[in-house]
Design a protein around this ligand. Sequence first.
Ligand code: FE2
Length: 257
Amino acid sequence: MRLRGRLLMKTRLAIFSDIHANLPATQAVRAHIESAGYDAVYCLGDLGGYASQPNEVQDEVMAMGCPTILGNYDEGVGFEKENCGCHYVKPFDIEMSNVSFLWTREHTAPERKAWLRELPREIRLVVNGLRVLLCHGSPRETTEYLFENRSDGYLRQFTSGGKADAQADVIVFGHTHVPFHREVDGVHFINTGSVGRPKDGDARAGYCALTLDAESVTSEQIRVDYDVELACSRLVEAGLPEYFAEYLRTGGQVASK
Ligand SMILES: [Fe+2]
């Protein structure tokens, strides 16, 4: 693998996740990543859902040529399940989730579903002696939310000797759409944030720039401006709820009903 030739150097990875059918955001992030010139690029899944261009987003990710992981949305759409595996509680949120999922399942082309079905659930790398695990939700489950406010004890499950020991020094994931970087018992837990549906109040597209060398693990949440209104108008014209447009405009801060 290309990384192995750089084992004693700083290695810079671009890792992005949760694109959610937002093509303008994807194109902006792709341009940023390609101009920045990383050593390698990875996608942690959830290509479809909530916005109107799941097929075009998949084309964009495939054109980037980056290894890609199966997200919960990809699993639901690819295998034509009944839902996305999201754990919503309020009736309104459940209704919106169903609208999004059924629309995406109907509008994702068969050959693209076949591509989704082939995606791996995790990728493991060794970079500069560090064991790196890339996954969508958590090391044990695509649908598990590793929120930024999980206790150290909760995250300790995935560290050495924990009941779900991930056997990794660096664990990178998405799924919650809120970026963070924490260290528990020497293991780095890094959430990449979301390209196409951020929930941290910042409407810009987000991805993680991860720098690894023998002595340090550093991450930076990169935010990229894109034409939010273009994504909004496209999803509304496609018949998806205005609520999804307001969600994009507010970085996920719109009140659910
Ligand atoms: Fe997601």
